[in-house]
Design a protein around this ligand. Structure first.
Ligand SMILES: O=C1O[C@H](COP(=O)(O)O)[C@@H](O)[C@H](O)[C@H]1O
Length: 243
């Protein structure tokens, strides 16, 4: 489903309300809420809202478990760190138990070994056969990538691993990412996409020919869950189905 908002502020507010509702329902049903966060610029406003009233007091933080959808393999103090951004914008300001927050980074370990450790962590958290996040937040780059599933990379063909790390040559850095098969198990996936610079990629992903090698966001098709596209009018400007 595609939901088009006037601007980023409106979109972020709705996304915060959806975060709260999803968290409350998950806790009511299963006693806990498991979410994977996205990085980049798209979620900054949403994360800030989650640390403010009325949202902050509505989230069942004590029952919330925070993972990441992907990470740039840089220390937690680095400006590029997705975990650092989430910590600064909301995690350091809300009463989530620190031991329930799992950044995709650790010192003194190679990224590939870390990816295996993170996968084990997820296996322990979830039922092995049923690794269902209650909510996965995703962004989409203007090249159509999502999480760290970049165009033309091997990880796009991963069929069994839940977490992978690889060297992304054009950025000269390692990336760690949940794989598409794991993401697609989620109960709910929400893409946050705004800005004119995303309009071409959004059109190709949603209305263009299927070509996930070029537009990896097309790989995100949950098995039993739902995918929501929260987009603003600029990003949606090329979509025919929205008009
Ligand atoms: O590199 C990344 O980019 C995507 C998109 O970022 P945005 O700045 O366009 O929102 C992001 O979803 C991902 O987490 C991040 O590692």
């Amino acid at each position: 489903m595609i939901k088009i908002f006037e601007d980023k502020a409106q979109l972020s507010k709705e996304a915060a309300a959806l975060f709260v509702k999803t968290a409350q329902e998950a806790v009511e049903k299963n006693g806990r809420f498991t979410v994977a966060l996205t990085g980049g610029s798209s979620p900054v406003q949403l994360y800030s809202l989650l640390a403010q009233q009325p949202f902050v007091e509505q989230v069942p933080w004590k029952q919330t478990f925070i993972f990441w959808g992907d990470e740039r393999w840089v220390p937690l103090t680095d400006n590029l760190s997705n975990a650092r951004m989430a910590t600064e914008t909301f995690l350091s300001k809300v009463p989530v138990p620190p031991e329930q927050v799992y950044p995709m980074w650790s010192e003194n370990v190679e990224p590939e070994a870390f990816a295996q450790q993170y996968e084990k962590l997820l296996q322990q958290h979830f039922d092995q056969e049923n690794p269902q996040f209650d909510l996965i937040l995703l962004g989409m780059g203007d090249d159509g990538h999502t999480a760290s599933l970049f165009p033309g990379t091997e990880v796009l063909h991963e069929a069994s691993r839940w977490v992978q790390a690889y060297f992304l040559a054009p950025q000269s850095m390692y990336r760690v990412t949940l794989t598409a098969p794991l993401i697609n198990q989620a109960k709910k996936i929400v893409f946050l996409t705004f800005g004119q610079n995303k309009a071409d990629a959004l059109y190709e992903v949603l209305e263009g020919e299927r070509n996930p090698e070029k537009y990896p966001s097309q790989l995100i098709q949950p098995k039993n869950g739902e995918v929501l596209w929260f987009v603003d009018e600029s990003a949606a400007s090329r979509l025919k189905k929205s008009k």
